[in-house]
Design a protein around this ligand. Structure first.
Ligand code: ADP
Length: 163
């Protein structure tokens, strides 16, 4: 049986933390869907199209596909034929949150497993919101995001589009 996973997240924007998880997980699966969540309750710095494009440019592979999710992640996983949800863990706070999500998903879809990878230690403090904040304040974030993300992020800082 093909091993199919989805990696859901906001990716607002993609950071080296996400890239690291994707690179480490990709060999474990036959197909990995990077699933961008778009919620009307949230506001994003990067548009859906921008987030999608940036990820696609970083992973031009047949086995890694970018999709969009406006609903329930576990439902989308089933629709895509995925048996696994992939998540990254940086802190105890991530762990607490993920535990409750896993419990909920397991009760909704018992045959769906969530696979957790711990963040690599040098990236464990990196989040999309932190890189945006530091970039806005003029800090150098070039080692924490891929080059295409850096360019667009600095562009947004210049145009004052970062909240
Ligand atoms: P969400 O809004 O779903 O938390 P994010 O884009 O912030 O969306 O994160 C998506 C996933 O990537 C989550 O599982 C998160 O824990 C993981 N992640 C984010 N940053 C890192 C990092 N630096 N190292 C490892 N995993 C990370």
């Amino acid at each position: 049986m093909n091993r199919v996973a989805i990696y859901p997240g906001s990716f607002d924007p993609l950071t080296m933390g996400h890239v690291d998880i994707i690179k480490r997980a990709a060999p474990l699966f036959d197909k990995l869907y990077i699933c961008i969540s778009e919620s009307t309750a949230k506001s994003y710095t990067f548009s859906l199209e921008e987030r999608k494009q940036l990820i696609k440019e970083c992973f031009p592979s047949d086995t890694i596909e970018v999709v969009v999710n406006k609903g329930l992640t576990a439902k989308v996983a089933k629709e895509l034929g995925a048996q696994y949800i992939l998540r990254g863990i940086r802190t105890y706070m991530d762990m607490e949150y993920e535990k409750s999500m896993d419990t909920m998903n397991s009760s909704l879809y018992p045959d769906l497993e969530t696979i957790f990878l711990f963040a690599s230690s040098h990236l464990s403090t990196i989040s999309s919101s932190l890189v945006k904040e530091v970039a806005f304040l003029g800090g150098d974030i070039s080692t924490f995001v891929p080059p295409n993300v850096l360019n667009l992020l600095l562009d947004k800082v210049k145009k004052n589009e970062i909240e």
